[in-house]
Design a protein around this ligand. Sequence first.
Ligand SMILES: Cc1cc2nc3c(=O)[nH]c(=O)nc-3n(C[C@H](O)[C@H](O)[C@H](O)COP(=O)(O)OP(=O)(O)OC[C@H]3O[C@@H](n4cnc5c(N)ncnc54)[C@H](O)[C@@H]3O)c2cc1C
Ligand code: FES
Length: 384
Amino acid sequence: MTAHCPPHPAGLATWGDDEDESLLVCQAVLDVTHDVKTFTFASPDAHLFHFEPGQFITLRLEVDGTEVLRSYTVSSPPTRPHALSITVKRKPGGVVSPWLHDTVRPGTMLRVQPPLGVFSTSRHPAQKYLFLSAGSGITPLMSMTRTLADLGRDADVVFVHSARTPADIIFRKELEALEALHPWLRVEHVVAATGDEPGWAGLVGQLDGPVLTAAVPDHADREVFVCGPPPYMDAVRTALLDAGLPAEQYHQETFSFERLDLGDAPADASLDSEDVERVADAAADSGDGAAAAASAEEGFAVQFTRSGCSIRCGRDETILQAAFRAGLTPPSSCSEGVCGTCKTTLVEGEVDMQHQGGIRPREVKMGKVLLCCSKPLTDVSVEA
Ligand SMILES: Cc1cc2nc3c(=O)[nH]c(=O)nc-3n(C[C@H](O)[C@H](O)[C@H](O)COP(=O)(O)OP(=O)(O)OC[C@H]3O[C@@H](n4cnc5c(N)ncnc54)[C@H](O)[C@@H]3O)c2cc1C
Ligand code: FES
């Protein structure tokens, strides 16, 4: 069984298969929970959308006069190609998610980069799935579930979603309706606290090994897709692998990237050679900075051709890490080769790039690289 989206009828124009940016026009905004909204878009050119369930798009926005890029998973299924939805949780203090919640209305046009990502059931077809999500990590698994339901496939899916309280469960009513309609789908919710729902009948606590094994005794027979914050995924992964799940059946994606050390770099600032000198000097004065700077001296030179900045990159550093250490802030988001935000052209030199689907094979052939997962093998020049 596969969750592949069937090809569109010949003659209908589609958007999503190439690297061209496009415009989307908002059709509807739906409140999903108290802090989550779904935005549904159409193509102003009447193109049909083509993507894999679980893939994401990247919005290129102008917020308060600054260009920002953020990735959002397509929560709608590819089986409904006339519309494309994203489901966004408001992050208090964030730049983009509050802006989307407060600004985007039917008729709003947004610029968007095409779908990317390898976290998809279409790449790992199976008869039995286990979907595990926490918080807004539910979005790719919802697209996969909707796809399976639309295609009427003979799947066997257990979907275990973790949330803070019942009021925070995204897509709760729709999942209950899907479960009632489809005997192949079983949905379990795990909440940290029951909040103002005293009659809560689901699980309470954390999703640890014993809870997981009790809820899904046959998890080792399933293709497992997990999406949530890094600590959640670490705990789930350890529990599943310790309980005998073969590693090749485990697939994960996260939206939050606490592991990236951004230092004091401001979000979404641009390259500025004066700042580089200032911050690099300050870094060299500190203990950590001195160690990193010493290691960088043994590494390679990185030239940023657009800004004219030049920095050193240690042998074990990615170009993005070296850039942040030097006080530069090239556009980036995930730092893990997933989202494509840090994509640029390698003008000269060689890098070792270990990405996770954030760049297409034909872009690599054209000399594009992702700075967050590329370590120089020689002195390099990049367009940034
Ligand atoms: C592949 C992918 C798919 C994604 N899919 C979804 C999805 O389906 N739904 C969804 O809601 N999100 C998704 N995300 C996350 C999304 O891209 C954004 O990261 C999220 O919306 C927060 O963006 P923001 O601009 O609102 O917050 P940001 O401005 O990026 O800030 C995030 C948090 O960090 C804090 N912060 C910001 N700057 C600083 C600073 N300098 N120092 C300290 N703290 C700071 C903010 O207060 C906020 O809490 C996805 C991400 C990726 C990479
Ligand atoms: S920052 Fe996401 S791919 Fe580089």
